[in-house]
Design a protein around this ligand. Structure first.
Ligand SMILES: NC(=O)c1ccc[n+]([C@@H]2O[C@H](COP(=O)([O-])OP(=O)(O)OC[C@H]3O[C@@H](n4cnc5c(N)ncnc54)[C@H](O)[C@@H]3O)[C@@H](O)[C@H]2O)c1
Length: 282
């Protein structure tokens, strides 16, 4: 049924502008996170920055957290100094995550939405050359971070009677690649931890979902490439050629999926693993 086909109780056609169901639906779609309080990690760049911008456009108050304080603050100021706040945080450090959550609750009064997007990439490394410290850094930033932010944010969500958590995995968490051993393991951990938490927290009204991007056009992409072996532009063409839809993923493509999972539109969705990958994971 189109808008102009909507009819009232008398069966007469109703003008599109007064069709109540569609009208409310459109209004809801325009402001999916009205009044919600969100933390987005890794929000100084790439996908996290796009998520923060879309959340802001949908009415949320957003704390943009990043290891790089300057980029977090610049991203927040570019949006709206009244509803967006940029803040330094190291998601691999419990003390830093605790301070991030506490300062957010002090500033906004609670946390309705948590998005774990901060991450670090891995260049092709054979397993015998992988240093323990490098493994720990990748697992710490990409996976332990989800444990830490959930540990500290969930008590506030429980007190409020609910919340939504969206964790950014990667398609290589379900379809691994050679030489990205630690990165693939970290993203598989994000998926398993998210699904375990989805079950643990369902009775508290807290939903936990994962978005798995495919190769995305962000500053991180260069971090997967060894420029001595492959120039970046050639590597980008190679990444895109492995995507059935033929193009690199854009940050906004991922942000739209995160918005759906963070919003009431997905109120019965938890434990989902949503690939935004142009079909690479099929
Ligand atoms: N770009 C891709 O091809 C791709 C593909 C699949 C998944 N992902 C995932 O998407 C997420 C976002 O990546 P992106 O492509 O936007 O990368 P990006 O490099 O543009 O952004 C990542 C951000 O995380 C921040 N960060 C790094 N370590 C941090 C820490 N310890 N504490 C807080 N912030 C930290 C960085 O400063 C940066 O601003 C990551 O989890 C990444 O693994 C990216």
């Amino acid at each position: 049924m189109t808008l102009t086909e909507a009819s009232g109780a008398d069966g007469a056609p109703r003008p599109a502008s007064t069709a109540p169901i569609h009208g409310e639906h459109d209004a809801m779609r325009n402001r999916l996170l009205e009044g919600k309080r969100a933390i987005v990690t890794g929000a100084g760049s790439g996908i996290g920055r796009a998520i923060a911008a879309l959340f802001h456009a949908h009415g949320a108050q957003v704390v943009l957290a990043d290891l790089d304080a300057a980029s977090a603050q610049a991203a927040a100021q570019a949006l709206d100094a009244a509803r967006c706040h940029g803040r330094q945080a190291d998601v691999a450090s419990e003390a830093s995550v605790r301070a991030l959550v506490e300062s957010t609750v002090a500033r906004l009064g609670g946390i309705d939405v948590l998005v774990n997007c901060a991450g670090v990439p891995q260049r092709y490394t054979v397993i015998e050359a992988l240093e323990e410290a490098h493994w720990e850094r990748i697992l710490g930033v990409n996976a332990k971070s989800v444990f830490l932010t959930c540990k500290h944010a969930v008590p506030h969500m429980k007190r409020q009677g609910g919340g939504t958590i969206v964790n950014i995995g990667s398609i290589v968490g379900v379809r691994p690649k050679p030489g990205q051993n630690a990165y693939c393991a970290s993203k598989a951990a994000v998926i398993a931890l998210s699904q375990s938490l989805a079950l643990e927290l369902a009775c508290d009204g807290i939903r936990v979902n994962v978005v798995n991007p495919g190769a995305a056009e962000t500053p991180m992409l260069a971090g997967f490439v060894d420029p001595a072996r492959t120039p970046l532009e050639e590597a980008k063409r190679s990444f895109a050629s492995n995507i059935p839809m033929g193009a690199l993923i854009q940050p906004d493509d991922v942000a739209e999926a995160v918005l759906y999972l963070a919003s009431p539109l997905s109120r019965q969705v938890t434990g989902a693993v949503f690939n935004v990958d142009g079909g690479r994971g099929v």
